[in-house]
Design a binder for this molecule. Structure first.
Ligand code: ZN
Length: 354
């Protein structure tokens, strides 16, 4: 059965899986797997037509410290920010991640395309190829002089978050804490402000997800582009510092920006737990709230597939049709569903990357 909806998604961490096991990349990408959330056969089955693919440089594990997976199981929790990474340490890893995305296009040219603008996104989707937009989650690989920004832009980078939940030369991310407020520290550094201006100039989307409150305000003040949080939810419904306060949602709305609904249970559930037994109800509540606050043209999905624990009721990308059925049952009509699943992201990207 062909899914009725083509989903364009604001965030996934699939490249990290390829990067961790490059020797198994053909199997991981091309064959239907039982672990993880994404691979080509399952993207097809779930109606996943494209999205932002994140380049991410993991922090080294600290022996004796519990993992984020363990920490987030039982709120309340408060974990220290991981240490900053130097551009010298981060650049080779980020290049390897970008190389995985270039390899995906080489390995399956009929099925996957790196898209540098919306004309390329539309062309890929029209020929049935998955439209991938290169995103960077945390700008550790960018030197403060921004030379590497131009290198990655030439490779296809069209979206960038100045920080993951970690400090960079550009700004400060929010910690993994629950409950908590996004106002956790200082705003963008002078280099961070220069980064925002250069991204504006190059047509690179600036992602506010993971950025702290003062950093958010700095981007809001400086950026000429609509404000976008690719994978964040509603703070009033789930008080995580990763979620957006009403004031932040209003700034995004004023700018004509966009929020992608994060499927991670730690950002959906009122209790902030990493526990998949919550059904789809929390997703409906966050979507209702986002649509109420931003309007129906400014909300989409930002699944965080392959980077988080999603509700059992979704499971992996093949569960997208279940979510869409639930939204139909919730009273969302075809026009609204087209906007949420794809059209809003494409329209937003057209305004930002061209
Ligand atoms: Zn993230």
């Amino acid at each position: 059965m062909t899914p009725d909806f083509a989903v364009f998604d604001g965030h996934n961490d699939f490249l990290l899986r390829l990067q961790r096991e490059p020797a198994r990349r053909e199997e991981i990408f091309l064959q239907r797997g039982a672990s993880g959330h994404l691979d080509l056969p399952r993207m097809r089955e779930g109606g996943f037509a494209g999205g932002l693919f994140a380049i991410f440089v993991p922090s080294p594990a600290t022996p004796g410290t519990p993992s984020l997976e363990e920490i987030t199981r039982n709120p309340p929790y408060d974990s220290a920010l991981p240490a900053a990474l130097s551009p010298q340490a981060a650049q080779p890893v980020a290049l390897q991640a970008a190389a995985q995305m270039l390899w995906m296009e080489r390995a399956a040219p009929d099925d996957f395309a790196i898209c540098r603008n919306v004309a390329e996104i539309r062309a890929a989707m029209a020929r049935g190829a998955i439209a991938g937009v290169m995103h960077m989650e945390g700008a550790e690989a960018i030197d403060p002089g921004l030379d590497a920004l131009h290198v990655f832009h030439a490779l296809g980078l069209r979206s960038l978050g100045p920080v993951w939940s970690r400090p960079t030369a550009f700004g400060h991310g929010v910690p993994f804490r629950f409950p908590g407020d996004p106002d956790t520290g200082p705003g963008l550094t002078p280099q961070g402000k220069a980064l925002v201006r250069e991204c504006n100039r190059l047509g690179i989307l600036i992602d506010l997800s993971h950025l702290n409150g003062k950093g958010f305000d700095d981007v809001a003040r400086i950026s000429e582009a609509p404000l976008v949080a690719t994978h964040s939810n509603v703070h009033a419904l789930c008080p995580s510092p990763r979620n957006l306060t009403d004031r932040q949602l209003d700034r995004i709305a004023e700018s004509g920006g966009m929020v992608g609904l994060n499927f991670a249970t730690i950002f959906l559930r009122p209790d902030g737990r990493r526990a998949a037994d919550c059904g789809l109800e929390p997703m409906l509540r966050h979507l209702d709230y986002l649509i109420g606050r931003l309007g129906e043209d400014h909300v989409g999905f930002g699944s965080d597939f392959d980077g988080c624990t999603v509700p059992d009721a979704i499971g992996d990308v093949t569960g997208l049709p279940h979510l869409i059925s639930a939204l139909q049952g919730h009273g969302f009509d075809k026009m609204l569903l087209d906007k949420l699943t794809c059209d809003n992201w494409v329209a937003l990207l057209e305004r930002v990357i061209g």
